[in-house]
Design a protein around this ligand. Structure first.
Ligand code: SF4
Length: 105
């Protein structure tokens, strides 16, 4: 797993406990530090992919990450309904750019 980005985060010099707050004020303080972090995106993705429940990651609180995951699940379900039998464009060698009736599709 690639975690080199962690050393580049704004939180690298902060106490880790700051990113595991116990109240809303603490969450807001952590989020402000994350707001200008150069590795905000990989940080958030790391927490989402690894289903990390606790703490502020990528500027997102535990509740916000649950909402993001729920939105992704709903989007995947909607995609499965509108594209039955397809597993996603990125699984196809050419990126899935065939017309629906193309023999190669
Ligand atoms: S986004 Fe926040 S928690 Fe993630 S590396 Fe940056 S400062 Fe740290």
């Amino acid at each position: 797993m690639d975690t080199e980005w962690m050393a580049l985060g704004n939180c690298a010099e902060e106490p880790p406990a700051m990113f595991f707050p116990s109240d809303g004020v603490g969450v807001e303080i952590a989020r402000r530090i994350c707001a200008t972090c150069p590795v905000k995106e990989p940080c958030l993705e790391h927490a989402l992919v690894n289903r990390i429940d606790h703490g502020v990651w990528g500027g997102a609180s535990e509740r916000e990450r649950r909402r993001i995951l729920k939105r992704r699940r709903l989007a995947e379900m909607a995609s499965a309904v509108t594209n039955p039998g397809r597993t996603g464009a990125d699984t196809e060698p050419d990126g899935g750019h065939h017309a629906p009736n193309c023999p190669a599709a």
